[in-house]
Design a protein. Structure first.
Length: 117
């Protein structure tokens, strides 16, 4: 075995890193807080794209559930990337009071208010 992939806790990741290092193997570790999305061959790709789009952009990275990494099985990789790219390109950005995916996180008065505190 040349490479070990693991998604999970930092505690287990440390152990895997130690073992793979001893055996000169490569470790690909997604540890605590990376919020990975794993897309398997039988995934509903439209639903996966919708989830990735909202989790990656819809919360502007302001939630603990914001997407950090997408791990896609090679058999559906190209189809997912094509759909996801199309969804990102057509996503509506603008006034958060309207039907948009994302909008500004600051109001016109935010910089002034931030400087005065």
């Amino acid at each position: 075995m040349q490479k070990v992939g693991f998604t999970g806790s930092s505690e287990v990741g440390r152990k895997i890193g130690e073992l793979t290092g001893r055996h000169l193997q490569s470790a690909c570790l997604e540890l605590g807080g990376k919020n990975p999305m794993v897309i398997m061959p039988d995934a509903d790709l439209d639903l996966a794209v919708e989830g990735a789009l909202f989790s990656g952009f819809g919360t502007a990275g302001q939630r603990c559930t914001s997407l950090g990494t997408v791990i896609v099985h090679e058999s559906v990789h190209d189809a997912f990337v094509e759909r996801f790219a199309r969804a990102v390109e057509t996503a509506r950005i603008g006034d958060p009071g309207q039907d948009v995916l994302a909008g500004p996180c600051w109001t016109a008065s935010s910089p002034t208010g931030t400087r005065s505190t």
